[in-house]
Design a protein around this ligand. Structure first.
Ligand SMILES: [Zn+2]
Length: 299
């Protein structure tokens, strides 16, 4: 119920933000020398097509690699004004239906995949139905999270289920020309709650997996659930990655650390009014604040 309430409040807030003309103000002032990295998960093609059509009219859609290189070179002169990078997390099976849109608009999004879930019938642990349980599990040490998942939801990371939740390699090979595939760990644990050995295996193992699957070099990483500490940054750096994307809300500029790239989480079901409001980051910041408030009240 609190979640639905938050959702309703976010929609109302989006309408309010639009009426005030804030999306236009942010686009024309904040986005001049800053780049937003949008973050999707399992968006359907009809909604995504509307978002991209809107973006292509008002923004320049650039690749992640272009942004990361500009940050390393400390030179944004080649970055168009009002640039946006598209990223999609996890490697959900439905992502393949977005391919015609990538082609139509000639965009080159980054899809970060869990390398031990793609090409299998294993499931994403966070897709268990109970939202409140999921939020609690995210706060537990890794071993305890897995024990509880088994006990309470009969979930096992390596169990092969009937239905497939993630992309398979055939689909990914078909998409490769239009998609920059990068690793997002092997099984999507909450990295700061892992032991150092687990953490290294999840980060570095996912790089080795994906490079072997697709025969490419992987240089960009994204932290599951956006959770990271200095330890994760060090492992990612030492492992040969050039960048890592967080879910810290905000824009990126020439000063942004390539291992703490900021993001703009977009609701997979956002209509255009909500989408335009989310490009200001106000609904996401509001949602985060409400959720932490509710968490404090209920725990
Ligand atoms: Zn994820």
């Amino acid at each position: 119920m609190p979640y639905r309430l938050t959702n309703f409040a976010k929609t109302a807030l989006s309408i309010f933000i639009s009426l005030l003309g804030i999306p236009l103000l942010i686009r024309e002032w904040v986005c001049r020398n800053r780049v937003a990295i949008l973050l999707y998960h399992d968006v359907n093609p009809e909604i995504f097509a509307k978002h991209i059509a809107y973006l292509s009219r008002h923004y320049a859609i650039i690749s992640l690699d272009t942004l990361v290189s500009a940050i390393y070179n400390k030179d944004f002169s080649e970055i168009p004004q009002k640039s946006i990078v598209i990223t999609i997390d996890d490697g959900h099976a439905g992502n393949v239906t977005l391919l015609p849109i990538f082609k139509q608009y000639r965009i080159y999004p980054t899809i970060y995949v869990c390398t031990q879930i793609i090409n299998t019938h294993r499931h994403f642990w966070f897709r268990i139905p109970e939202r409140s349980k999921k939020e609690r599990l995210k706060k537990l040490p890794n071993v305890e999270r897995l024990t509880r998942l088994k006990q309470e939801s009969d979930f096992e990371p390596k169990k092969e289920y009937q239905d497939r939740q993630a992309l398979n390699i055939d689909e990914m090979k078909k998409m490769m020309q239009d998609v920059d595939f990068q690793p997002h760990t092997q099984f999507h644990p909450i990295l700061p709650h892992c032991t150092e050995t687990e953490c290294k295996q999840e980060i570095l193992g996912s790089k080795v997996d994906l490079e072997k699957f697709l025969g490419i070099e992987c240089l960009h990483f994204s932290y599951p659930n956006g959770d990271y500490t200095e330890r994760e940054i060090e492992i990612v750096k030492a492992g040969g990655f050039r960048s890592a994307r967080t879910t810290d809300i905000g824009w990126n500029n020439i000063e942004t650390s390539p291992y703490k790239l900021k993001a703009m989480p977009i609701s997979d079901d956002a209509g255009l009014i909500r989408f335009r409001a989310e490009l200001t980051t106000i609904p996401q910041r509001f949602g985060k604040w409400v959720n932490s408030l509710l968490w404090r009240i209920t725990n």
